[in-house]
Design a protein around this ligand. Structure first.
Ligand SMILES: *Cc1c(COP(=O)(O)O)cnc(C)c1O
Length: 515
């Protein structure tokens, strides 16, 4: 069976029609053999069964020969020692120390299904961070305006812009519409400061019933800072009984509050259910009613195809530690549509005219940023919304992560993800079908329609099963997100997940449910 046929059917909104023997390791491996993106898995370091059990730092990196990655490591007394001298690499369970790069022990492989929470570590990040540390050590402050020819990094001054250039395909925008700065919630605040302009008549913000708490707090506090009452100014769209929110319901809420609404701010993908909203349709509809449109793309960026510029979105924010793999708490991204980033000049006074925003020296145009006068001339585009000198270490890390995306395209990643997730869904359905229990073992909360979801499937387990399932997953080196009272979120990320990993993960789950 051709992998491309499944992709085509899913892209056309049809059922994938997996064959009757799809629930087998051989079938999964057959798909892996056809996967043109399979080499990307080698770009990542994935936790192994033994590394997950490691109790102390020992200089070893899962799946890699220690000397290949760690030139020096700390001894117990805290002194640096060169490795290779004492042969304990402490992470090999099979006793052969056979973890040379590219020759991982298969039985030790973990199953990393939690890229929706924290993406796996790209090997490139170590290279990029080392380059950064060497540059800083070697030329100190000169690194702001100089870089080595053989370095993967630009001078520090240009690093944020370099990351923006590398993010264009991820969000579907030009580099000047993207800024890499701060962290997600901070960016929500900064962009609301500029884009939420309540008036006596139009003061409401439309959000969903159960946003990620940070988004709720950000919106609530913005409302309060304007002297408004959250009870009157926050409109929460309610879901149907299945926890999902149909587009029609969103449009109806817009209609109901159109005259009083200043801003609509929704997640591109809802973090709990995994529902992907119809961003272009909702954006166009809200804008036709004169409402400003912002999107939180925390779970969408690096996961699904986005075309923020063409969809005419006003602003958007995303974090880079989930599907983008920038590392825990990595520096975030924001989009400001071209039309809001313009800088024009008053014909009589010559003074710059631009959208009001929270200002800081790094939003200033590079040509005058270091003049140290008090005449703010913003960088044209999203870059003009920066405030502070960004961490070059953070940017180096993100730049390394983005370099992997630049080896492929969101189109190809999405194609693979559509099939991976449909395959996971198929195997879940078969577990359910094989169950002799009267009550269903679980319910898939995520939409069944592949066009309304990313890679994540949220599975609500029957009461009392979460601990047992959690234990079985842990025992088998399988990581996925678990939320009380009973939801697991399973994300087969196409950059580093194989079809055989999906099959193995579902075998573990099947075992836990004692089928
Ligand atoms: C992950 C996530 C956040 C986290 O915010 P930070 O500011 O990065 O800590 C916020 N909102 C949503 C929707 C998220 O998914």
């Amino acid at each position: 069976m051709e992998l491309s046929t499944f992709v085509e059917r899913l892209r056309n909104g049809e059922a994938p029609k997996f064959p009757h023997d799809a629930n087998s390791l051989a079938f999964a491996q057959g798909l892996d053999a056809q996967d043109k993106l399979s080499h990307l898995r080698d770009e990542f370091i994935l936790p192994t069964k033994s590394s997950l059990k490691k109790k102390a730092l020992d200089g070893s990196i899962p799946g890699m020969f220690p000397s290949a990655v760690c030139q020096t490591r700390l001894t117990e007394s805290g002194e640096a020692s060169h490795n290779g001298t004492n042969g304990t690499n402490g992470h090999s369970t099979n006793g052969t120390n056979g973890h040379t790069n590219g020759h991982k022990s298969e039985s030790d492989e973990g199953l990393y299904f939690v890229g929706n929470s924290l993406g796996a570590q790209p090997k490139a990040i170590r290279t990029y961070l080392n380059a950064q540390l060497e540059t800083w050590a070697s030329i100190g402050v000169n690194g702001h305006f100089a870089s080595y020819e053989n370095s993967p990094l630009t001078q520090w001054q240009d690093l944020a812009e370099d990351c923006a250039i590398k993010s264009t395909d991820i969000v579907g925008a030009s580099a000047s519409e993207i800024v890499i700065m701060n962290t997600l919630t901070v960016n929500l605040h900064m962009l609301m400061a500029s884009f939420y302009k309540p008036t006596e008549k139009r003061h409401k913000i439309i959000l969903e019933w159960k946003p990620f708490p940070s988004d709720h707090y950000a919106i609530e506090s913005q409302v309060v800072l304007h002297g408004l009452d959250p009870e009157k100014s926050m409109v929460k769209i309610q879901p149907n009984e299945d926890s999902l929110i149909p587009t029609e319901k969103i449009l109806a809420t817009i209609d109901e509050h159109a005259e009083e609404t200043a801003l609509i701010l929704l997640p591109g993908i809802q973090y709990y259910t995994g529902q992907l909203f119809d961003i272009p349709r909702i954006t166009a509809y809200a804008k036709s009613k004169g409402i400003v449109v912002g999107w939180d793309l925390a779970h969408a960026a690096g996961n699904v195809e986005l075309k923020l510029h063409d969809w005419d979105v006003d602003f958007a924010c995303w974090c880079t530690y989930k599907y983008i793999n920038g590392g825990p708490g990595s520096i975030a991204g924001a989009f400001v549509h071209e039309k809001h980033g313009k800088v024009e000049f008053d014909s009589t006074t010559g003074k710059p005219i631009y959208r009001p925003r929270l200002m800081g020296w790094y939003g200033g145009d590079k040509s005058v940023r270091f003049n140290m006068d008090n005449n703010f001339l913003p960088t044209v585009g999203a870059g003009g919304f920066q405030v502070s000198n960004p961490s070059a270490i953070d940017l180096a890390s993100l730049s390394g992560a983005l370099s992997i995306f630049n080896k492929t395209s969101m189109h190809d990643l999405r194609s693979k993800a559509l099939v991976l997730t449909a395959y996971a869904e198929l195997l879940l359905d078969q577990i359910q079908a094989d169950s002799k229990d009267e009550t269903p073992l679980f319910q898939i909360l995520t939409p069944r329609d592949p066009a309304q979801r990313g890679t994540q499937l949220s599975v609500l387990l029957k009461d009392g099963l979460l601990d047992k399932v959690g234990q079985a997953l842990e025992d088998n080196g399988a990581q996925c997100d678990k939320r009380k009272p009973g939801v697991i979120r399973v994300a087969p990320v196409p950059l580093y997940t194989r079809f055989q990993d999906v099959w193995k993960f579902m075998q573990v789950l099947r075992g836990a449910l004692e089928l």
